[in-house]
Ligand binder design. Structure first.
Ligand SMILES: NC(=O)c1ccc[n+]([C@@H]2O[C@H](COP(=O)([O-])OP(=O)(O)OC[C@H]3O[C@@H](n4cnc5c(N)ncnc54)[C@H](OP(=O)(O)O)[C@@H]3O)[C@@H](O)[C@H]2O)c1
Length: 319
């Protein structure tokens, strides 16, 4: 911490390349009603952070700079705002900031009560920060959108990244058969997480293992029309990408097809964080960390995230 009222935070000075990221001294946020102040020990990077930095979502993030960055966090409750009943100062928590404003890549963050839960026991702060956004996306895609159940066949495209590595583990927990799509170098890793079949997206036939009850297009390059022939009778295609063709498929299949297209838009849900914590405690789910960077190396962390070949998560260790 820099002074009693200021903290170090990764900020964005304008929309642009990683060079727009800088560590600045900014005021510590004070927790309003129903919020807590978290002393952040670790954060994690997501494609969402790099997209926001580049200005892809400027309609939501606005033009007031500097912008804060980062959504995943783990840390300790430093203060509680009015109306917060079930958390005490000093409790170790993990969670995800909702919306578009970010602020987890900082020494402190203000977090609403619905957006965090007790940190999974046995995990370090770095490990816990690697979980929220990606595990909640995978859970909400497979369970809420896909209606996953035991014995279903699930294909996960982009299986070795942040979301995919959670989706493989959660599909396994749910008793599904899993076909994982990644580069060949990640196939042993994915079999270790529970994949039954692995396909190399450069050479393999994506249809292996079909018909699929759920096709989870994590990477976002398999449109509904290309996957429809390999979906089961009432199969569901779930996409992560917010694009016009996805919205069109979602709307059209709602009325005109037994096979459905769905879009997952992750929400920070306390019950889901609790479920993830239970799975971790039972030894069924583990965070996957590609690399850990200190806050000062936030630019390097974004560069790695943008390679699109990260295995699991990039964590920011804050202290
Ligand atoms: N809608 C939502 O709520 C939501 C939530 C979370 C994420 N997302 C979106 O979901 C996408 C994935 O997020 P993420 O965090 O998992 O990203 P990520 O960690 O960067 O994903 C990287 C993975 O993608 C794989 N990959 C690279 N090229 C591929 C290809 N041609 N085909 C299949 N897989 C390929 C890589 O595998 P190899 O290294 O083996 O090549 C790598 O493991 C992003 O676009 C993100 O914005 C959306």
């Amino acid at each position: 911490m820099t002074s009693t009222s200021h903290m170090k935070a990764a900020t964005i000075s304008n929309y642009g390349p990683p060079e727009v990221l800088a560590i600045r001294d900014v005021p510590i946020p004070w927790p309003q009603a129903n919020k807590v102040l978290v002393r952040v020990h670790a954060a994690a990077i997501n494609p969402k952070d790099t997209f926001i930095r580049k200005g892809r979502f400027k309609r939501f993030t606005g033009r007031h700079f500097p912008l804060m960055t980062g959504f995943d966090f783990s840390g300790e409750v430093a203060a509680v705002g009015p109306g917060v009943m079930d958390t005490t100062v000093g409790e170790s928590i993990y969670g995800m900031l909702d919306g578009w404003q970010g602020g987890a890549c900082a020494e402190f963050a203000a977090v609403g009560t619905g957006h965090f839960f007790k940190k999974p026991e046995g995990l370090s702060f770095d490990e816990a920060a690697a979980l929220p956004l990606v595990s909640l996306t995978a859970l909400q895609a497979l369970c809420n959108c896909g209606g996953i159940g035991s014995g279903m066949q699930v294909c996960i495209n982009g299986a070795s990244g942040g979301v995919g590595s959670m989706a493989v583990q959660i599909a396994k927990i749910m008793g599904a058969g899993i076909t994982a799509v990644s580069s060949r170098q990640n196939h042993d890793f994915l079999k270790g997480l529970g994949a039954d079949h692995c396909i190399d997206y450069r050479h393999g036939d994506i249809a292996l293992g079909h018909p699929f009850d759920i096709f989870f297009d994590v990477f976002g390059n398999r449109p509904f029309r290309s996957v429809k022939p390999i979906l089961s009778h009432r199969g569901v295609w779930v996409s992560t990408v917010i694009q016009p063709h996805v919205f069109l498929s979602v709307v059209l299949t709602r009325f005109f097809s037994r096979r459905k297209a769905k879009l997952v838009v992750v929400k920070s849900v306390r019950d889901d964080l609790e479920q993830v914590r239970r799975w971790v405690a039972a030894g069924l789910l583990r965070p996957i960390i590609h690399d850990v960077f200190p806050l000062e190396k936030i630019r390097e962390a974004h560069v790695q995230q943008e390679t699109k070949h990260t295995r699991g998560k990039i964590v920011i260790h804050i202290g």
